[in-house]
Design a protein around this ligand. Structure first.
Ligand SMILES: Cc1cc2nc3c(=O)[nH]c(=O)nc-3n(C[C@H](O)[C@H](O)[C@H](O)COP(=O)(O)OP(=O)(O)OC[C@H]3O[C@@H](n4cnc5c(N)ncnc54)[C@H](O)[C@@H]3O)c2cc1C
Length: 466
């Protein structure tokens, strides 16, 4: 790993001159909160040398220039909900927090767009759009805690991606500070554009390695007034999974199609203190949401969804109330009840391969001592495999997780999949990125990183080994 200069008292003074002294933190007690994100394994935590909380792009630009001059690394941090160790300062150095860039700059109803600073919480952006009768369609389950700039950085998906796509599909343009400290705008508020490289799309999903996103203009769409949510309960996972292609081909255009295996049904019901959930003991939940602009369209689509679920072997088809969605939103946090240390995988495969992939992973999981739990955005081919360490020794955990990953990732790639559908690579999957990414693709990514960040200042140790 590359070596960097330590953050000296001289650098601290220069940082204080940029942001004001109260926005530079060096107390160990404060820095401890930045040593991890949603990582649960303390062996992967890393303490930064300092943290800084700038107010705007100009201050960030000066900080980045300082980092290049003195050669110390910067890890950008927004909400700290990364599931890929993305916000952990694995090379030490400076953590740069985005929380003060929290202004909503403009909501243009006629143009149907909203411009915000990158540290605006996703839920606040969603609420602002809704207050104007519009929809921001990005909807990660972590919306209450994560920030929009980081959603771009990770190209977050979420619960509405089947119909509306992921974060990159919601963005017109962005402003960023480049790895050498320039402030640059990429993209424009245009429906179409064929004027050179799509730089905003390159930055989206770059996980803070190619630029610090400071401002974002997102697309808004009309908010459909009608909606229904169905809970289809299955007891055979294959019947649940093989229903999906029929649903997607039926012209229903669902907003969400979510899958929770029975371990999740039980754990999330317990976590949320819901005592009377249907089929608690053996049910597998598939949650389907449909939204429409006309009431009669809603009725006919609801009828079709119920028929498809019943014909495919659902043991119960019910209306999904807010409790079901609350359970779905808490799949990740409910794991804390099961095991102090757990890890979440984020494999994505072509949608028509999701059923066979989940079957294969369940089969692979039977050979391992840890608990394997699966929830999935089954409508977009993205599955979350959670492994729970329980009381295994560190050595047994390490060895078996490594072996499990090798089998699962090899299978995913063999069917045309990739390591991460929405959480990114971070530090967690860096090694597998090197191993599984086709060589030509990896070489282009490294060339871009080296060209844009010649001193390897921004988020080193993440995404690619530059
Ligand atoms: C309970 C829970 C549910 C989740 N559900 C979903 C889900 O449904 N869909 C989904 O996609 N993800 C989900 N996640 C993962 C996570 O919330 C997303 O990856 C989210 O986009 C991270 O946002 P954050 O503000 O917490 O960023 P952080 O964790 O602070 O940072 C994430 C990464 O982005 C970089 N970064 C942060 N801000 C910037 C910036 N302004 N410019 C450049 N780089 C930046 C960081 O360096 C880091 O690499 C979930 C996580 C949890 C804990």
């Amino acid at each position: 790993m590359e070596t960097y200069q330590p953050i000296t008292p001289e650098i601290i003074e220069k940082l204080k001159a940029i942001t004001g002294p109260s926005y530079v933190k060096t107390d160990k007690d404060i820095l401890l909160q930045y040593q991890t994100d949603y990582e649960t394994d303390p062996r992967r935590f890393h303490l930064p040398e300092a943290a800084v909380i700038p107010a705007n792009a100009e201050e960030i630009s000066q900080i980045v220039k300082l980092a290049n001059e003195y050669h110390f690394p910067i890890t950008v941090r927004s909400g700290g909900t990364s599931l890929a160790d993305g916000a952990i300062p694995v090379c030490g150095g400076l953590v740069l927090c985005m929380e003060r860039l929290n202004k909503i700059i403009e909501l243009n109803e006629e143009g149907m767009y909203m411009t915000v600073e990158a540290g605006v919480r996703t839920v606040d952006l969603q609420k602002e759009a809704k207050a104007h009768g519009l929809l921001y369609a990005g909807d990660p389950s972590s919306a209450e805690s994560c920030m929009i700039g980081a959603n771009l950085a990770t190209n977050a998906g979420g619960l509405k991606a089947v119909r509306y796509g992921v974060t990159r599909h919601q963005v017109y343009c962005l402003e960023m500070v480049t790895p050498t400290g320039d402030i640059v705008e990429c993209g424009r508020i245009l429906k179409k554009c064929s004027t050179g490289y799509d730089l905003e799309q390159l930055i989206i999903g770059s996980e803070g390695t190619l630029g610090i996103i400071t401002k974002v203009t997102v697309k808004l769409i009309p908010l459909p007034p009608y909606r229904f949510d169905v809970l289809a309960v299955y007891t055979d996972p294959r019947k649940a999974l093989y229903m999906v292609p029929k649903l997607l081909k039926a012209g229903i255009d669902p907003t969400s199609v979510e899958y929770m295996d029975n371990s999740y049904v039980r754990d999330t019901a317990d976590y949320c203190h819901y005592s009377d959930m249907p089929h608690y003991e053996d049910g597998i939940y598939v949650i389907i949401t449909v939204e429409t602009f006309r009431e009669d369209e809603l009725d006919s689509k609801m009828e079709s969804v119920c028929t498809i679920c019943e014909e495919s072997g659902a043991v119960d088809v019910l209306e999904a109330d807010e409790r079901i969605w609350n359970m779905r939103r808490n799949v990740q946090t409910s794991c804390e009840m099961v095991s102090k240390v757990f890890l979440t995988d984020d494999v994505v495969v072509p949608v028509h391969k999701i059923a066979s992939t989940i079957e294969k992973i369940m089969e692979i999981g039977e050979d391992y001592p840890f608990q394997v739990k699966i929830n999935a955005h089954i409508g977009d081919g993205n599955l979350h495999i959670v492994l729970c360490k329980m009381d295994m020794s560190d050595e047994e955990w390490e060895t078996s997780v490594e072996k499990f990953h090798q089998q699962v990732y090899a299978y995913a790639y063999s069917v045309g999949g990739r390591l991460a559908g929405e959480h990114g690579i971070g530090a967690k999957k860096l090694k597998y990125m090197e191993e599984f990414t086709p060589k030509g693709e990896l070489a282009i990514m490294k060339t871009i990183k080296r060209a844009m960040d010649p001193n390897n200042i921004l988020n080193p140790g993440k995404l690619i080994d530059a």
